[in-house]
Design a protein. Structure first.
Lengths: 246, 323
């Protein structure tokens, strides 16, 4: 089975978010980047488990410039066989999806997996757009994936529950919590990652459909109002009369 | 400009997030001098569809031949309706599980820009910009859409539903959507009258401070008394005290209720990322240095096992006094 896992870099959760150029650009000075957790913990690890059980290969794909290479090496250290980086500087999800679709269209992947969203833009757009551009079936927010021959059985999150769905390969899936457990790369994996192939592919020409016009930080939070533990009636009163929540 | 809203239904009834999306769509339509239409699918009752007129829809088109949640076919359904409305249509989804799945496919199909997870109405003065939360709620961004058709998915609980009087015209449609390649084998809903966490206005959440799964009774009782959904922190779902679907935070789900009550949760940054859109946050923790207090509006420093029962009786007294 030939599996493609879509990987994105994202600022580590503890990053202090700030902006430059008149609040039009994210300030990446000193920012520690990680593999987007949904891509890594769920999509990549499940892909590796399927390969270990059924054979095949796992390739990771990133759209971006060379600043992505450390994050790609980390994903290789976790166990992917090889990596492809499409050398583009995309402004929006459509450009990313278009680059992926252009690359993947004649590669005959059985499975294309990505995380349900990135923790920086929280859009969750890329896997669905890739599925649309490649005219492949799409299963979103999947929390479980099992393969039997060419048929995949999945659980996906829906409003108020879970659905069990079946799709034949090839298809695109976005992964959510439950699909796999995080794997910490070991020293052997880290050493091996250095010599694994990282193919750099030129970008296709495509315009973005959206752009960020400005960023802003939320207003500073007022000091917490502490209520005496022996007087929860006061909290109820505040929630009713001041916050008007109950 | 014309506005097209995709409305989802469940068990024959239009879902709550769809009322928000239709309210949003009809307000956008009236501010841009257009009208608001709805597209939906499945076995939803006709009177439910007519009643979408109460939220400002003038027409509802329903494809009853689609019953399963198949994002490929639903994206084509929305795409065909949007194309019929013209090249300057605004397409609105709710950013719920269905919208998260269908909106990107429909946007790519239409080659239209998408802002996923909008939290406010678009600004149409000299362009088209939409505000959404980014960096897991640490910041906001205004996205500009540069295509003729604009697609927006609206984060649930971002605007208030406005209900007036009206009746929408209902039309049955069946455009060519291609064959389904996805087979739904089983639907497992959580059942009962429980409030859906993703739709809840009030949420009571608890963490490791509760010491064990056997102590959740008082959390469920408090939630029930308030009409709230229950949630939990990541460690608690990882060790199996609570189901995965209750995990709110960075790697679980993000929610934005009106009121979030956190009991025995320290407030790690990963947890805050899932709840920082809540309008009011109450934190109950034994540790006055717990980072969650910095993100809270109200706090009680105390032992959950003493505070929660007292809070429960205070809620009961409050409800009795209101009646």
């Amino acid at each position: 089975m030939k599996i493609l896992v879509l990987i994105s870099k994202a600022p580590d959760t503890t990053t202090k978010i700030s902006f430059t150029d008149g609040d039009t650009k994210f300030n990446d000075q000193g920012v520690q980047f990680v593999v987007n957790p949904y891509d890594e913990w769920y999509a990549l690890v499940r892909a590796l488990e399927l390969k270990e059980a059924n054979g095949g290969s796992v390739t990771i794909l990133t759209v971006g410039d060379a600043t992505n290479d450390p994050v790609i090496r980390k994903a290789l250290a976790i166990g992917a066989d090889g990596a492809v980086r499409i050398d583009a500087q995309p402004d929006d999800a459509y450009q990313v999806a278009y680059q992926i679709a252009e690359y993947a269209k004649d590669q005959n992947y059985d499975l294309i997996l990505g995380g349900k969203e990135t923790i920086d833009y929280n859009g969750g757009q890329v896997p669905g757009m890739v599925a649309s551009l490649l005219n492949l079936p799409f299963v979103s927010n999947a929390s479980k994936l099992d393969m039997s021959g060419n048929t995949a059985t999945m659980e996906r999150d829906i409003q108020g529950g879970v659905e069990l769905v079946e799709v034949d390969t090839p298809f695109v899936l976005s992964a959510a919590k439950g699909m796999a457990e995080q794997r910490i790369p070991n020293m052997r994996g880290i050493m091996a990652a250095r010599s694994k192939p990282l193919q750099v592919v030129p970008a296709a020409a495509v315009d973005g459909l959206t752009s960020v016009s400005s960023y802003e930080l939320p207003p500073a939070k007022a000091e917490v109002r502490i209520v005496d533990a022996d007087n929860p009636e006061e909290l109820i009163d505040l929630l009713h009369n001041e916050a008007k929540m109950i | 400009m014309s506005v097209l809203v995709f409305a989802d239904s469940n068990d024959g009834k239009v879902v709550k997030s769809a009322f928000e999306a239709v309210t949003y769509g009809s307000k956008v339509a009236s501010s841009t001098g257009g009208h608001c239409e709805v597209v939906t699918y499945g076995n939803v009752d006709n009177d439910q569809l007519t009643a979408l007129g109460n939220y400002g829809a003038t027409k509802v088109s329903v494809d009853r031949s689609v019953s399963d949640f198949d994002p490929n076919r639903l994206a084509r359904l929305v795409g065909s309706q949007a194309e019929a409305l013209g090249s300057d249509t605004i397409v609105i989804f709710s950013h719920d599980y269905t919208g998260k799945s269908v909106a990107p496919m429909a946007a790519a199909h239409l080659k239209a820009g998408l802002v996923a997870g909008a939290i406010d109405y678009p600004n149409t003065d000299g362009g088209f910009t939409v505000k959404k939360a980014v960096f897991s709620g640490e910041a906001f961004a205004r996205f500009s859409i540069t295509t003729g058709i604009e697609v927006i998915s609206l984060l649930p609980n971002s605007i208030s539903v406005e209900k007036g009087d009206g009746a929408a015209e209902v039309a049955e449609i069946s455009p060519d959507l291609g064959d389904s390649r996805l087979r739904v084998k089983e639907v497992r809903t959580k059942g009962g009258d429980g409030i859906l966490l993703t739709e809840a206005e009030l949420v009571v959440s608890a963490g490791r401070g509760l010491k064990g799964p056997e102590n959740w009774g008082m959390i469920e009782e408090l939630a029930q008394e308030l009409g709230a959904a229950t949630a939990c922190s990541r460690p608690v779902s990882d060790i199996g005290w609570r189901p995965h679907h209750e995990h709110v935070g960075q790697t679980g789900i993000a929610i934005r209720p009106n009121l979030y009550i956190a009991v025995g949760i320290s407030g790690a940054i990963q947890h805050l990322a899932g709840v920082n859109g809540s309008k009011t946050i109450v934190v109950i923790n034994t540790d006055p240095e717990a980072p969650f207090f910095k993100a809270a509006d109200y706090g009680i420093v105390g032992d959950a096992f003493e505070v929660v029962p007292k809070l429960l009786s205070a809620v009961r007294n409050h409800k009795a006094a209101l009646n």
